[in-house]
Design a protein around this ligand. Structure first.
Ligand code: 6PG
Length: 242
């Protein structure tokens, strides 16, 4: 695990953008495509806008990329709470990734049906690419104030799911309080690299907990992998090593 700490949010986003660029180039060189799982919420919008800016556009092999979502709220794709809508507006409609390579979670189908459909679409794609199982070159994740990541909420049933994608009942304590579909821990374990992006001092306390104990109370603490990185800004990183 490595922790990359920045004072400034913009610098943090640029450093993560460089990481994405390197990972994507290596993936395309190795197997001719790059598979990227996007995070939702409000944090990644500025990163996505950066990636779709003129300077950055050519640093990611978008035409050779497949794009997925780590979680979705059960709303239509044009709803203001849709993670897909956020990603489409800030990134996907501005970069040359073809629509049939963007795998959105159909939240409007409801959590159960949406999860089954998404898992099926993911399996089918990787099978058609001749791969025995899905492989995500990079998964981007955020962290909620309660320690959730994707839509894996504290103590939730999805934490112990054996599927790679699972339905989640609306969290009462989190807005928007709607059902969700999420990558599970098993799904996240199919990632080659995972990068968390977290900005702001309001996440200081929860980060401290996540770095100090692995517990279902803080789902982000249960995400692991050989290549796990945190890109943090606006927090005091020296506190995490104490
Ligand atoms: C979602 C998420 C979620 C998000 C965190 C952080 O759909 O809400 O994907 O896991 O990444 O809640 O959200 P913020 O970036 O809004 O703080």
């Amino acid at each position: 695990m490595n922790i990359n700490c920045y004072q400034d949010k913009e610098v943090c986003n640029v450093e993560l953008a460089w990481r994405i660029s390197r990972i994507s180039a290596a993936a395309v060189a190795q197997r001719k495509f790059f598979s990227l799982v996007l995070s939702g919420g409000s944090t990644p919008g500025a990163l996505y806008e950066l990636l779709s800016s003129k300077t950055w556009l050519e640093r990611i092999p978008w035409t050779d990329s497949y794009v997925f979502f780590g979680d979705e709220r059960c709303v239509p794709p044009n709803h203001e709470d849709s993670n897909y809508l956020m990603a489409r507006e800030t990134l996907l409609r501005r970069v040359p990734v073809s629509e049939d390579r963007v795998f959105r979670i159909e939240g409007e189908l409801g959590a159960e049906h949406g999860a089954v459909r998404y898992a099926g679409a993911v399996e089918d794609l990787f099978q058609s690419l001749g791969m025995p199982r899905p492989l995500f070159d990079l998964v981007l994740l955020g962290i909620g104030g309660d320690g959730h990541t994707a839509s894996l909420f504290p103590g939730g049933a999805a934490l112990s799911s054996e599927e790679i994608i699972a339905p989640v009942a609306a969290p009462r304590h989190m807005k928007p309080s709607v059902d969700r579909v999420t990558f599970t821990l098993k799904g996240l374990s199919l990632a080659d690299e995972i990068c968390f992006l977290v900005h702001g001092k309001e996440k200081q306390q929860i980060l401290k907990k996540i770095f100090s104990c692995r517990s279902a109370r803080y789902p982000a603490s249960l995400v692991h992998g050989e290549n796990l990185s945190f890109f943090l800004s606006g927090v005091q990183c020296d506190q995490f090593t104490k």
